[in-house]
Design a protein around this ligand. Sequence first.
Ligand SMILES: NC(=O)c1ccc[n+]([C@@H]2O[C@H](COP(=O)([O-])OP(=O)(O)OC[C@H]3O[C@@H](n4cnc5c(N)ncnc54)[C@H](O)[C@@H]3O)[C@@H](O)[C@H]2O)c1
Length: 322
Amino acid sequence: MASYLITGGAGFIGSHLAEALLARGHHVWIIDDLSTGSIANLDPIRENPRLQYFVDTIMNTARMAELIDRVDGVFHLAAAVGVRLIFENPVHTIQTNIRGTEIVLELAARKKKKVQIASTSEVYGKGARVPFRESEDLVLGPTTCPRWSYACSKLIDEFLALAYWREKQMPTLVTRFFNTVGPRQTGRYGMVIPNFVGQALRGEALTVHGDGRQTRSFAHVRDVVRAVIELMERDDTNGEVFNIGNPQEVSIIDLARRILELTGSHSEIRHVPYEEVYGPDFEDLDRRVPDVTKLAGTIDWSALQDLDAILRAVIETERGKL
Ligand SMILES: NC(=O)c1ccc[n+]([C@@H]2O[C@H](COP(=O)([O-])OP(=O)(O)OC[C@H]3O[C@@H](n4cnc5c(N)ncnc54)[C@H](O)[C@@H]3O)[C@@H](O)[C@H]2O)c1
């Protein structure tokens, strides 16, 4: 059995990843500063003797060196995440996402430990053809629009990870996550499904940004985690970039309507202009759909949970919070 470090392991995806790795018999180490994650996310696994967790920042180089020395590989998920956080704390976002990744890669390179870097569909920017393919050209917006700093910082992470593989033969791989949803996701940082479900269950209006014709695709966190682990276990994934997401597409307005149906809520749908939520500099993308041909061809993957299954799981979780 192997042992792995998960940075950001008390977060939404990280905690599901920890559970899945423990279920496969591995040892798991977690470092998380709880900035957006929570210890409660680890409740189902806290007593597991094969889990060790530390509340600390990935900027603590001494701690990181100690942890990386102990493990066979690193899943680097810690990052400043969420559209709102990026707008409110742009300096913090850039520093965490670039310096944090530099620290992970520098330390892992000493003993050639394999590192998987969690990137994002945001890197496709606004120029890519739908569905987004890993080899596509990337077109970001101007530096005066803070939104793009997140994509750009993750792109630097990607370049750096791939450079370590090319120059130092240190095994790295990049996974670009598309919208990932499921139990424990927080709605605080602009995550649309938990927000809508919470509003529907409380009888509040569902707030759709813009006209709602923009589409998204949502993957269940368990499907995502399965891909993350299987890619990590293979040698032919070194130096490669993979989309991980569900190609099933839905418009935001249809998503709101479906959530009303499934919750039986009589809430209304209210359209809110983007400027009102994020200020005048905000740019949104019409469509963001992954091409998962490369992923499916490498690990024989397909999304097992469709949108309704995902919505039912989130509704159940949110009902439990009322
Ligand atoms: N959820 C999605 O839909 C999605 C989409 C694209 C990319 N991603 C990427 O996946 C990764 C995990 O995202 P998530 O959705 O689970 O979000 P999350 O906020 O739940 O997880 C991030 C975790 O990192 C921790 N963290 C942040 N800064 C840290 C620091 N300096 N030191 C230690 N820990 C720190 C947070 O406390 C949190 O637990 C991130 O890298 C994110 O960019 C997620």
